[in-house]
Design a protein around this ligand. Structure first.
Ligand code: AMP
Length: 223
């Protein structure tokens, strides 16, 4: 089963994808995490993508598609994946469709998360992530703090703020989202495989709640 996660930064894509990955027993593939790991390890790819990510711009399509194409060839992805943060442009969507078609596969479900903009700003500025690349647990200083301030509950590593979570870069990331990524919502709606959900404190629904609903939907619809 191939699931993709759409939605602006800070809507909870990672949280929902993580829960779905455990429930459905297929890996979560986050292009953002792959890029960050490469930046941390200062690989050739990491150096190439750093300038885009630090400005809140999208990494070029050809680089991103190749990464996903290679990742899908790995053993653990043969029964499916949850693509968290990919595709982010119509070009990427068209490219992945062709790649999957060759394997007789398709995108089974596109999940679109929405959150009011003020909440996105608040959430991204309060987001802290585990600095251990094998752990990457995500916390929120207000909604979901760690037990000991600044330390990951799961592995004891230091918690850090993502460099691109500063308000200025978040504004650019939101711009990139509305200009380049939001047309994907209509793209998948027309294909008939879109599931949209609002993640917001205004309706008392966070990523975990929405993830539970999606698991029920997938099982009910036999996707
Ligand atoms: P994320 O962790 O999904 O918020 O991604 C962090 C950053 O990585 C984004 O702001 C982009 O600069 C870059 N990125 C992640 N996924 C993609 C993608 N599918 N296409 C282009 N850039 C991406």
């Amino acid at each position: 089963m191939i699931i993709i996660m759409l939605g602006a930064p800070g809507t909870g894509k990672g949280t929902v994808a993580g829960i779905l990955s455990k429930e459905l027993n297929i890996p979560q593939v986050s292009t953002g995490d792959i890029f960050r790991k490469n930046m941390q390890e200062k690989t050739e790819l990491g150096m190439k993508v750093e300038s885009y990510i630090s400005k809140g711009e999208l990494v070029p399509d050809d680089i991103t598609v190749k990464i996903v194409e290679n990742r899908l060839k790995e053993d653990d992805a043969k029964n499916g994946v949850i693509l968290d943060g990919f595709p982010r442009t119509v070009k990427q969507a068209e490219a992945i469709e062709k790649i999957l078609e060759k394997e007789g596969k398709k995108i089974d479900l596109a999940i679109n998360l929405t959150t009011p903009e003020e909440e996105i700003i608040e959430r991204t500025s309060n987001r802290r992530v585990c600095s251990n690349p094998e752990c990457k647990t995500v916390y929120n200083l207000v909604l979901n703090p760690s037990k000991v301030e600044g330390i990951c509950d799961k592995c004891g590593s230091k918690l850090i703020a993502r460099k691109d979570d500063n308000p200025e870069t978040v504004k650019n990331r939101l711009n990139s989202y509305f200009l380049q990524s939001s047309p994907l919502v209509e793209y998948y709606d027309e294909k008939g495989n879109l599931y949209s959900a609002l993640v917001s404190k205004t309706i008392n629904k966070m990523g975990v709640d929405v993830a539970k609903e999606i698991v029920e939907y997938i099982r009910g619809e036999n996707i």
